[in-house]
Design a protein around this ligand. Structure first.
Ligand code: B12
Ligand code: SF4
Length: 496
């Protein structure tokens, strides 16, 4: 396949390289690298942008090497907390070994811990928050050989120490860029799932809720929810659907359902333009969904809505209140029944192990999970993840006050992930209790052979085989030693 960013002989624009590191080897992760595309959008006129995605490019190293021989202006890498940091650091090291090209980190993790991130010797700059304007200004300063000290949103090194001119205000919704998809071989991101040819898209940024475990409040500040206009969503989706012969799109918004009117308008606009398109939503809040009665959900279904991923988090009201989830448990069941009547398939995600959670509250989560499945046979449940205190969140501060010892540098954050939960230093749980929650996580993952992100045929077979056993043990709150969760953890830590 020709390199989409190949330079024509007359192309003398300075080059900028953007890299999406692999991170967790999620089977089937083919999400479009929207963060890097957004950062690239304002650059494309004056700069040649080379976008390399480790997740889909077997020969990413060769492309990076080739790009480095052309002496680019900068190399930017994106990363969230966890394993993606490890791969981002591998990229940074490769670039460092090849010369003096400035290396810039952006994305959720560097934005939440900019100073600590920049302390890493292989990084030269950190872009905090949304990167469109900040990265453009950085590139301009680099191209013109100017200093960068006045660039807001940017962290640079001053006498070897992290320094910044201060935060940059978030982009207004109307300024969110059209993504320059021409920089990618988009076919690589089309996955065939049970709804047919599928691509990931967005219709908004951020979320107005205040869940105390989520990055949103710290990342976006006051302007937390930025919706795109429904016609724009429908037009841009229609272009992609027609160009790639898609059957289905997945909206990866943090929270798609914030405005009922907007969702209705998007649904109708999509249906008018693309009557056969099916679509799913991977971020929904119970409090928003409860405003939809069965008739209006049936209409959404008629307009193509198939799946919604709902952050249920807990079956215990005290826990929901403690994490500021802002919904009532009974509303979760009401929403679930309505979704069942409308034939829309929900996937519910849960968490365990927040400070002071009791056994009874954990049992309430398990009971809720099993009840949701009974009341909606098309629901996917499971996946009760141990709570990890992500930086920048309110619960991180609570956890720190309760004895959580966070990783002390960027490289250590690269191992901050659920498969390492046994070793996470949370002061309120003993080692045995942490392993129990890890067991519950893998045990419940195995209850859902069709879980959204895990699309491996091998996983499905294993899950189908062991699901009845896992179910019995989860129902009985029985976390005795079992080879299956241990095997899952090994695979996740060393293979994925
Ligand atoms: C798609 C996605 C994934 C994909 C991978 C995406 C990728 N590109 O590699 C998959 C499915 C694999 C995934 C996995 C996980 N994810 Co995820 N994921 C997302 C999701 C839904 C969308 C990301 C996106 O495209 N956003 C849209 C773009 C426009 O926003 P953006 O990436 O933030 O980019 C902007 C800025 O950050 C900045 N920027 C970003 N990169 C760069 C780079 C440079 C150089 C510059 C200058 C600027 C810059 O500029 C961009 C434009 O303004 C987000 C939620 C969200 N809505 O963002 C969660 C999210 C990023 N994931 C999250 C988590 C927790 C996970 C998991 C740990 C979940 C789990 N427990 O299983 C795993 C682990 C991944 C790992 N560590 O390896 C958290 C991250 C929290 C944190 N502290 O980092 C988020 C925020 C969800 C949440 N609400 O908590 N994820
Ligand atoms: S509803 Fe979801 S995206 Fe919004 S703040 Fe809560 S966890 Fe974050």
């Amino acid at each position: 396949m020709p390199d989409p960013s190949a330079r024509t002989p007359s192309d003398s624009r300075p080059e900028v390289v953007l890299v999406n590191p692999h991170g967790w080897r999620f089977i089937g992760d083919g999400t479009v690298p929207s963060g890097l595309l957004a950062v690239a959008a304002p650059l494309t006129e004056r700069y040649r942008v080379t976008l390399i995605d480790q997740r889909v490019e077997k020969h990413w190293r060769r492309r990076l090497d080739e790009a480095l021989t052309r002496a680019p202006l900068a190399v930017g890498v994106t990363t969230m907390t966890g394993k993606q940091i490890r791969d981002a650091l591998t990229v940074a090291r490769l670039v460092r070994e090849r010369g003096k090209t400035p290396i810039v980190a952006g994305g959720v993790h560097p934005s939440l811990l900019p100073a600590q991130t920049l302390e890493h010797p292989d990084l030269d700059f950190v872009v905090q928050g949304e990167g469109e304007e900040t990265f453009l200004e950085l590139c301009e300063a680099l191209a013109e050989g100017r200093g960068v000290a006045g660039v807001r949103g940017l962290w640079h090194k001053l006498d070897g120490r992290p320094a910044t001119a201060g935060a940059r205000p978030p982009l207004p919704a109307a300024d969110l860029p059209r993504l320059p998809y021409q920089l990618l071989d988009l076919d690589r991101y089309v996955r065939t799932i049970r709804f047919g040819r599928t691509l990931s898209v967005f219709s908004s940024r951020g979320c107005p809720f205040r869940c105390s475990f989520c990055y949103n409040v710290a990342f976006f500040g006051a302007a937390r929810w930025k919706p795109l206009d429904p016609d724009r969503v429908a037009d841009e989706t229609a272009e992609l659907v027609q160009r790639l012969a898609l059957d289905h799109v997945q909206f990866l918004d943090d929270n798609f359902f914030v405005s009922r009117d907007r969702v209705a308008a998007i649904a109708e606009a999509l249906h008018a333009r693309l009557p056969r398109l099916q679509w799913s939503v991977l971020g929904a809040h119970v409090q928003n969904l409860r405003r939809w009665d069965v008739a209006s959900l049936v209409r959404l279904r008629a307009c193509g809505l198939r799946e919604v991923l709902v952050g249920a988090e807990s079956g215990a009201q005290r826990v929901l209140d403690a994490i500021r989830k802002d919904y009532r448990v009974e509303d979760l069941f009401a929403v679930n029944r309505r979704l069942a009547e409308a034939d829309i398939e929900p996937t519910y995600s849960f968490m365990s192990g927040i400070p002071d959670e009791t056994d009874e509250e954990l049992r309430a989560t398990i009971r809720a999970m099993l009840r949701l499945e009974v009341e909606h046979p098309g629901a996917t449940v499971g996946n009760i993840k141990p709570f990890l205190p992500y930086p920048g969140t309110e619960l991180y501060d609570v956890a720190s006050a309760r004895g959580f010892v966070p990783p002390s540098n960027l490289a250590e954050w690269g191992d901050f992930a659920s498969y390492n939960y046994g070793g996470v230093k949370v002061g309120w749980l003993s080692s045995a209790e942490r392993y129990r929650l890890l067991w519950l996580y893998y045990g419940t993952v195995l209850l859902s052979p069709d879980y959204l992100f895990l699309r491996s045929v091998l996983f499905r077979w294993v899950a189908r085989l062991v699901a009845p056993l896992m179910r019995r043990r989860v129902e009985r709150f029985d976390f005795r030693w079992s080879v299956v969760p241990r095997l899952m953890r090994f695979v996740q830590a060393h293979v994925l």
